[in-house]
Design a protein around this ligand. Sequence first.
Ligand code: NAP
Length: 283
Amino acid sequence: MDAGIPMRRLGQSGVLVPALGVGTNRWGSRSRPAEELQGVFSASIDAGAGLLDTAEIYQLGGSERAIGQCARRDARPVQVVAKFAPYPYRVSARSFHRALQGALDRLGLEAVDLYLVHFPYSPRGIRWLMDRLAEAAHDGRARAVGVSNFSARQMRLAADRLDRHGVALAANEVQYSLFHRDPERNGVLEACRDLDVALIAYRPLAGGRARAEGSPLDRAVAGVARERGKTPAQIGLSWLLSRDPRVVAIPGATRVEHLRENLGAVGLALSEDELAALDRARG
Ligand SMILES: NC(=O)c1ccc[n+]([C@@H]2O[C@H](COP(=O)([O-])OP(=O)(O)OC[C@H]3O[C@@H](n4cnc5c(N)ncnc54)[C@H](OP(=O)(O)O)[C@@H]3O)[C@@H](O)[C@H]2O)c1
């Protein structure tokens, strides 16, 4: 991989990923042409940011299929985060393993780098879900396993249960951005530090909305961006990556120019004054 993007650990799993990857929840929809996605896919690998975040529920498998198609045209290795949706009717171990196999088949892979439980609600409970994740880790189809949208308490329960199987909780994927700082208040970031778990930040651009004319925080971000000759998106991503070495950001992109812009956040260090100005503007 290119030396430009720093690598970060997924907890104690032994898996390293680039600090910046690509969210693909809009990949595979009719309005996203395959050629453009191929461009994003290959450019992310060129830049050393070939970490793709997907889930079986994105575009009803279309996101996974789009990644599989891109990987057939550009066979260089990429890393993939996939997710199991614990729907209420999925109560058997067989249904879990079929879901994982379905994802692997759509992706055209034998293993994913990280397999997450997408949300904590299942009639079988968190312990049962972790027992299944441990099976996926042990049978080699998931190089690392983790959770998404889990609270600090739920993370501790998950980590404890996986530990009984000798498997590390590698990550919790939660919403986190300059505009949505809940993980700093609800104990999730602290639990990531205590348990040594990666925090994968989803919606790191707060949905990519143009914000120049909005709240005091929007104006502060725009001001720092102007002074540094950067864009607001780059300031937001730089801020996020500086929060903790455990943070990995997966900005969604279906357009190559967005990917390139986001990659421009790497290596940009905000000063203490700039960070303080952003904190003050939160209001
Ligand atoms: N685990 C979960 O429950 C969960 C929930 C939500 C999302 N996610 C994951 O997190 C990823 C990111 O979240 P998200 O896509 O909802 O939100 P986001 O990353 O905050 O924003 C993505 C949006 O911003 C646009 N964009 C990208 N780069 C930009 C830039 N430099 N300037 C302006 N706009 C830009 C994208 O446009 P284009 O598409 O046109 O490039 C897209 O519309 C998802 O793709 C998904 O993989 C996970």
